[in-house]
Design a protein around this ligand. Structure first.
Ligand SMILES: CC(C)(COP(=O)(O)OP(=O)(O)OC[C@H]1O[C@@H](n2cnc3c(N)ncnc32)[C@H](O)[C@@H]1OP(=O)(O)O)[C@@H](O)C(=O)NCCC(=O)NCCS
Length: 431
């Protein structure tokens, strides 16, 4: 709260004065919490594009300048020097772990990878073609039932179990994701291995066959680790706000992150990476090189998936980092894919087209991540699941922030635009 700054709102000739809140990076907000009580007015902000829903210590984004920092540390530095698990520790606990703490965290995560044998039958209840995001969301909620001491919906108790639950979710989201894929392919589940690192273990559970271990190239492991790190948190986006909303009612972490998965599923959010590949495939199948699609996007008849962002209006720093990583991994894998040529063409054409330049529409991280995930053999249906694995530390940290600091249930208001009061019509008189 700033002592000097206040903001005034004049409504129907009457002036109301409210304090101004200033963040670490000098971002400012007028605190209108008392506006309705004072004046009868609420603020209206459809889509919340101009609403600060909370104070948070976790992630800072400056969309105009293309800045993303986890706990103050620039994403560029973390991408170069850190790993996903190290960044997860930073996001959840606020500090980079020293060697001892990192090893302990790693061990805790590795030790919780296995699913309870009784849990496996849950997978059998789904049809083989069930979308992996539907399965993942259900499984994350169900898994809380196996750990009632961590999912009591009693904040004090759930917080006491926080370290256990956090490591468990980071570990098991990966096991569940791999098991979902194996189920969809009619393949046997592969048990996790304690000797493998986080990403290697995931790839092992995805692609190892009985009597035929899968040994991924280093470039694939590095690219996937970077993908997860770049997705680990992103401030008050749709899914994180959902996690906080659910948590604000007192729900446990398992239920809260499960709802985050549902929010992430949509094509305007986490589903965009899969939508990019679908779009590229459609362009390819129609015999277009991307030019016709760009024209359609400009006429408002199509949307260039993987372009544009609600907060990044100059460039997405994650896209810059992952675009370079994409070049490296594709070169190392030596993959020839006609969809990649179309992607390059779209990227170049859009970056030099006035329509996209004027609207500040640049490739976002999903544009490149879809291409890389495809190249390393992750099925398109699993793309958004990969995003969910990456986002888990952010959801966990945001759940913790709510559980520790917020005593208020989140409850926005609305402007009602339906029918005015009218009387009930008996069935015999209805038209
Ligand atoms: C991300 C996204 C939802 C942000 O939306 P937003 O900030 O609400 O922006 P708007 O939808 O208001 O779009 C602003 C203008 O740009 C245009 N636009 C935005 N994204 C566009 C896209 N991907 N392709 C073509 N035109 C686009 C809109 O049609 C609108 O044009 P207008 O001013 O002539 O009406 C949007 O850019 C989008 O749908 N992108 C594709 C999906 C995607 O990649 N999502 C992942 C985000 S990480």
């Amino acid at each position: 709260m700033s002592k000097d700054l206040t903001g005034k709102i004049i409504l129907e000739g009457k002036e109301y004065e409210y304090p101004v809140i200033v963040g670490t990076e000098n971002e400012k907000a007028i605190d209108i919490r008392k506006l309705r009580a004072d004046s009868g007015y609420i603020s209206f902000d459809d889509g919340y594009a101009n609403t600060g829903s909370c104070k948070s210590d976790i992630t800072f984004i400056d969309g105009e300048k293309g800045i993303l920092r986890y706990r103050g540390i620039p994403i560029e530095q973390l991408a170069e020097k850190s790993t996903f698990l190290c960044a997860a520790h930073l996001i959840i606990y606020g500090e980079l772990p020293n060697e001892q703490k990192l090893n302990a965290f790693r061990e805790k995560v590795a030790g919780r990878a296995r699913l309870h044998e009784d849990f496996k039958h849950h997978f059998e209840g789904f049809p083989p073609k069930a979308h992996p995001m539907a399965v993942l969301s259900s499984m994350l909620n169900s898994i809380g039932c196996y750990y009632p001491e961590m999912s009591s919906n009693n904040r004090e108790q759930d917080l006491e179990q926080f370290d256990e639950a956090a490591a468990l979710l980071i570990s098991k989201v990966r096991t569940i994701a791999a098991a979902t894929y194996r189920m969809s392919q009619g393949l046997p589940f592969i048990y996790p291995r304690k000797d493998l690192r986080y990403v290697e273990n995931f790839l092992h559970m995805m692609f190892t066959e009985p009597y035929h271990p899968y040994n991924p190239p280093k470039e694939v492991v590095d690219a996937l680790d970077l993908f997860l790190l770049l997705h680990a948190d992103h401030e008050q986006n749709c899914s994180t706000s959902t996690v906080r909303m659910v948590a604000s009612g007192g729900a446990n972490m398992f239920a809260s992150v499960s709802s985050g998965v549902c929010a992430l599923w949509g094509p305007l959010h986490g589903g965009a990476n899969a939508a990019v590949i679908k779009m590229l495939q459609e362009i390819h199948d129609s015999g277009d090189d991307g030019s016709r699609f760009i024209r359609a996007a400009k006429e408002g008849k199509a949307r260039l998936m993987g372009f544009g962002h609600r907060v990044y209006k100059n460039y997405d720093p994650r896209a810059k980092i992952f675009g370079q990583a994409a070049e490296r991994v594709l070169k190392a894998l030596g993959r020839q894919d006609p969809l990649l040529d179309i992607a390059h063409h779209l990227e170049q054409a859009a970056l030099s087209d006035d329509y996209f330049v004027e609207r500040k529409l640049y490739p976002n991280v999903d544009f490149y991540s879809g291409i890389v995930l495809k190249a390393i053999g992750i099925p398109v249906d699993m793309f958004t699941v990969m995003f969910a694995i990456g986002r888990m530390p952010g959801w966990i940290a945001n759940w913790k922030e709510i559980a520790e600091t917020s005593r208020k249930i989140h409850r926005p208001r609305q402007i009602y635009t339906g029918s005015a009061k009218r009387d009930y019509v008996p069935m015999s008189q209805r038209k």
